[in-house]
Every structure is written in C-alpha cells, then in structure tokens.
Design a protein. Structure first.
Length: 116
C-alpha cells in the first residue's frame, strides 16, 4: 500500500516505543531487509498470550524462552511482529500456538509435581 501510494510513510512507520525496545532486547534478527527503507534487516519480536501464562501474558520473549515455555505450559499463542528499528515500520507477520496441548490436565499436573 505504501509503494502504491494508498498510505503514507507516517501511517506505515508507526512502531510504538515499547515495540522498538522489545526489538532491541528480545528480538531475533531475520534475513529479510526492510521493505520500506531497505536499510537494515528486520527484527522478529515474539509476543506470548495465554490464560495460563498469567503475568507473562503480553510480554515479548526470545526464541530460547519460547522453547522453555512450550515445555512448561499446556497452550499459549505466539504473535510474531516484524520491526525495522531504522524507519519504525512494523507488521504482524504470523501467529501460532505452542505448548503441550492435548495432554490431559491431570497428567500435566503430575508431570509438574514430579519436576518439583
């Protein structure tokens, strides 16, 4: 839309300061160059959401943290946002579900107790 003139750079490049900080501290560099400024590679920020996550719901997590969380929680949703820290362009790239879904609650509780 930007390159076609249907939107302005001001509208397209509006990353919130919290998203830019999350990209700096929790983001994972991608191989893809920013489609707007073409100056740097995009950063992927992974946000997690789920009732079981409690206070962690809505936080940005690294890929390593996602792997650990996937083993410790039954199910949560991950949203991947592409961010350019140079021009502030951002885009929801994908979402997916992680966790031990399908495991009956009582089996999961027993497994948690065995770890402790």
């Amino acid at each position: 839309d930007l390159h076609a003139g249907r939107t302005t750079a001001l509208e397209a490049c509006d990353a919130h300061p919290y998203l830019l900080n999350a990209a700096r501290y929790h983001g994972e560099p991608s191989e893809q160059t920013c489609p707007v400024c073409r100056k740097e590679r995009l950063i992927n920020v992974h946000y997690v959401y789920g009732d079981e996550l409690r206070a962690a719901s809505g936080q940005a997590k690294s890929v390593a943290e996602l792997h650990r969380m996937g083993m410790n929680h039954r199910e949560f949703k991950v949203y991947v946002v592409e961010v350019c820290r140079t021009c502030r362009w951002n885009h929801l790239a994908m979402s997916f579900v992680l966790g031990r879904d399908g495991l009956p609650a009582q089996d999961a509780d027993r497994r948690e107790a065995a770890r402790e």
